[in-house]
Design a protein around this ligand. Structure first.
Ligand code: CTP
Ligand code: CA
Length: 227
């Protein structure tokens, strides 16, 4: 109930953000997905709107209300997410990729439910062939004049090492690293900012507090950023 009135550090800026998991259909009733509640992304969308930004949130399947003042586009698959993001990206000053995008999708989606059609234990399980999904963050970062890109890295081990590698591989100025699955679905989070100069750990806090800190950080960096 404090801090309803945040400094408008992103006034006049447009921020595009992805959040939640993606869902890749195997057949009409089954699919592949990632663990992600979307809470961190939605908190950042809210914090950015509070800070005066015009915010567009591209969300995978989540169970969260849209933050006040935020434009929301719902998608399911990684390819739908890419299709929503790409026409918008160049017109934004900031792109924040918090989505837990499924790295692979079934190479084919079956039009009808795959049936077992045999007594229990008698049939060969179907073999699932996978295809690689597009990397949305890397695709945006490779635009001729990309928005300032902020990536996330949820790792189960070697957090900083992986985050550094990701930052370079995707060619983005800032990666926000957090250790999952301990924080998945929780209301608080522990994050470390990883940039070209090094790392800075933020003290553990609830996701909205961290989101507001991150928004201030983004606003500061934006004043120095040139694509
Ligand atoms: N990301 C994305 N599109 C993908 C995969 C990842 O936009 N197809 C973004 C995520 O939103 C996140 C960052 O890239 O901001 C890192 O995602 P992550 O899954 O941690 O990295 P990957 O490169 O996919 O590597 P891995 O899953 O093997 O750790
Ligand atoms: Ca991944």
């Amino acid at each position: 109930v404090v801090a309803h009135f945040q400094p408008k550090v992103l006034a006049g800026k447009k921020l595009l953000i992805t959040a939640g998991p993606t869902y890749e259909a195997i057949d009409p009733v089954r699919g592949i997905t990632n663990r992600s509640s979307g809470k961190m992304g939605f908190a950042i969308a809210r914090a950015a709107a509070e800070a005066g930004a015009e915010v567009t949130l591209v969300a995978g399947p989540v169970h969260l209300p849209t933050p006040i003042g935020v434009r929301r586009i719902d998608v399911h698959s990684a390819r739908e997410m890419l299709d929503a993001v790409m026409p918008l990206a160049a017109a934004h000053q900031v792109f924040v990729a918090t989505a837990a995008v499924a790295d692979w999708r079934p190479a084919q989606t079956q039009a009808h439910k795959i049936k077992k059609n045999a007594a229990p234990g008698q049939a060969q399980p179907p073999q699932l062939e996978l295809a690689e999904n597009p990397d949305i963050l890397a695709t945006v970062a490779a635009l001729p004049h990309p928005p300032m890109c902020v990536g996330f890295a949820a790792e189960s081990q070697d957090l900083i090492q992986h985050a550094r590698e990701k930052r370079q591989r995707k060619n983005v100025p800032l990666i926000v690293a957090n250790l999952g699955p301990a924080t998945f679905g929780q209301d608080d989070n522990a994050i470390t900012l990883v940039d070209a100069r090094g790392e800075r750990e933020l003290s553990r806090a609830d996701k909205l507090t961290l989101a507001r800190e991150l928004v201030r950080e983004i606003a500061q960096r934006l004043t120095l950023y040139t694509a």
